[in-house]
Design a protein around this ligand. Structure first.
Ligand code: NAP
Length: 132
C-alpha cells in the first residue's frame, strides 16, 4: 500500500500499514508511482494531475469527485448518518478493529481555539470535543 503524507504524519501512516510513503509537499504523486489498481482520494480538491490508475482500475473519493481517465471507474462516496452503521462503527472501535488517530481532547470551551489552529493546519489527527 502506498500512502501520501507530509513528514509530520509519515510515522502514523506507516503504523497504519503503508509500505511506501510519498511526501506530497515535495514530490508530484503522479510521477512518483507506477499506475495502481485502486486510488483512494481523501483530499479536499481534485488532484491537479491525471490519476495514476491502471485501465480497469478504480478511484474512490470522499472529498471531491475525481475525473476518471478512460477505462477507469470513479466513485464519490458521501457519509450518511445511519444509526445502525454508526453503532457498528462504535463496536469496531471498542473491539480495537478500527483505530482513530486522536490528537487532542478538549472541553467545549476550547473549541474556538482548536478550530483556529486546525484552519491554520496546526492540528494533526482527529480532535475530540467533550460535551461536558
Ligand atoms: N464525503 C464525505 O462524506 C466526507 C466526510 C468527511 C470528510 N470529508 C472530506 O474529506 C476530506 C478529508 O477530511 P479529513 O477529516 O480526513 O481531513 P484531515 O484529517 O484534516 O486530512 C487532511 C490531511 O491529509 C493529509 N494529506 C495526505 N495526503 C495529502 C495530500 N496529497 N494533499 C494534502 N493533504 C494530504 C495532510 O496531513 P499531513 O500534512 O499531516 O500529512 C492533511 O492535513 C475533507 O476535504 C473533508 O471535507 C468528506
Amino acid at each position: 500500500m502506498i500512502a501520501t503524507a507530509s513528514a509530520r504524519s509519515s510515522g502514523a501512516v506507516r503504523h497504519h500499514g503503508a509500505d511506501e510513503i510519498i511526501d506530497y509537499t515535495s514530490e508530484l504523486v503522479a510521477s512518483a508511482i507506477e499506475p495502481v489498481d485502486v486510488l483512494i482520494h481523501l483530499v479536499g480538491t481534485p488532484p491537479p494531475w491525471t490519476p495514476p490508475v491502471r485501465r480497469g482500475g478504480t478511484i474512490i473519493s470522499a472529498a471531491a469527485p475525481v475525473p476518471a481517465p478512460p477505462g477507469v471507474t470513479s466513485t464519490h462516496v458521501v457519509v450518511r448518518y445511519d444509526a445502525a452503521q454508526l453503532t457498528e462503527l462504535v463496536r469496531l472501535v471498542d473491539m480495537g478493529e478500527v483505530t482513530v488517530d486522536i490528537a487532542e481532547t478538549h472541553t467545549v470551551n476550547g473549541r474556538a481555539d482548536v478550530h483556529r489552529r486546525s484552519e491554520a493546519g496546526d492540528v494533526r489527527g482527529k480532535v475530540v470535543i467533550q460535551p461536558r
